[in-house]
Design a protein around this ligand. Structure first.
Ligand code: NDP
Length: 248
């Protein structure tokens, strides 16, 4: 889809990969709605930095709360905005193996990483189907493809995001609407703010074949490229410098 003049909505647009995606899509001529949770100042600064053609609208939303998602959808509709591209990006790292996690932590992990993108898609898919155009991009993770010790919850919910994308893609295809997933590897954002210097060194020297962490802009370019790639649906595209292709 050519995004020029089309409305996109990015969840978790205040920082990191979401902010880079907002900038990338606005740079390609899209009009942007994005959500923030705690980063009001960052969201305002981002909105101010965008070209006027983006007509930026930044809305508060804790995506774990269905009522917040309903409020964002109602606000967007009340302004007559037709969202043609939805990027489900909001998320935080979730520590904990299955032996450590409580029932509440499982619910919280699914609410943030699985239920929220599903409810956003539910809110905006009918409009896309009615217009016979639209793309939903879910942000997964390489952790959804591999077993990673100590983070069972995160691996599980991201695996669910990748699989949900395939099923959504089937549900939407007849209407000419696509769903795709982008799974980043280790990307330099606040997400890894607690990573030790030793871990970072190990990643860059030994684990990542391209010997560096990714930049949020590099994920954003793939998201935007998939939005424009009209013959791809249901796919998961990995952006990880080769991290998951290696066996030694
Ligand atoms: P950041 O920590 O840099 O940014 C997270 C974004 O999500 C912020 O905009 C934040 O909003 C928003 N957010 C977090 N929790 C909520 C919530 N409950 N409701 C609404 N918004 C929320 O993370 P990244 O940019 O690195 O991560 C973005 C996505 O990419 C996530 O889904 C993550 O799982 C995925 N990912 C990241 C990887 C990485 O290496 N960085 C690797 C693989 C996947 P605010 O600041 O306003 O609170």
């Amino acid at each position: 889809m050519d995004v020029r003049g089309r409305w996109v909505l990015v969840t978790g647009g205040s920082r990191g990969i979401g902010a880079a995606t907002v900038r990338e899509l606005a740079g390609r001529g899209a009009k942007v709605v994005f959500t923030w949770r705690t980063g009001e100042r960052e969201a305002s600064e981002l909105a101010r930095s965008l070209p006027a053609s983006a007509e930026p609208l930044a809305l508060a939303c804790d995506v774990r709360r269905p009522e917040d998602i309903d409020r964002v959808a109602a606000e967007v509709r009340s302004r007559g905005i037709e969202v043609d591209v939805l990027v489900n990006n909001a998320g935080t790292p979730i520590r904990g193996s299955f032996e450590e996690a409580s029932a509440e932590q499982w619910d919280e992990a699914f609410a943030l990483h699985v239920r929220a993108p599903a409810l956003f898609a539910k809110a905006f898919a009918p409009g896309m189907k009615a217009r016979s155009r639209g793309v939903i991009v879910n942000v997964g993770s390489v952790a959804g493809l591999r077993g990673v010790a100590g983070i069972t919850l995160y691996c599980t919910v991201k695996g669910a995001v990748i699989q949900m994308t395939r099923a959504m893609a089937r549900d939407l295809a007849d209407a000419g609407v696509r769903a795709v997933c982008v799974s980043p590897g280790i990307i330099r954002t606040d997400f890894h703010r607690n990573m030790s210097a030793e871990q970072k060194k190990l990643n860059e020297e030994k684990r990542i074949p391209l010997h560096r962490e990714g930049r949020p802009e590099e994920v954003a370019q793939v998201i935007a490229g998939l939005v424009e790639a009209d013959y791809i649906t249901g796919e998961n595209i990995v952006v990880d410098g080769g991290l998951t292709m290696r066996i030694a």
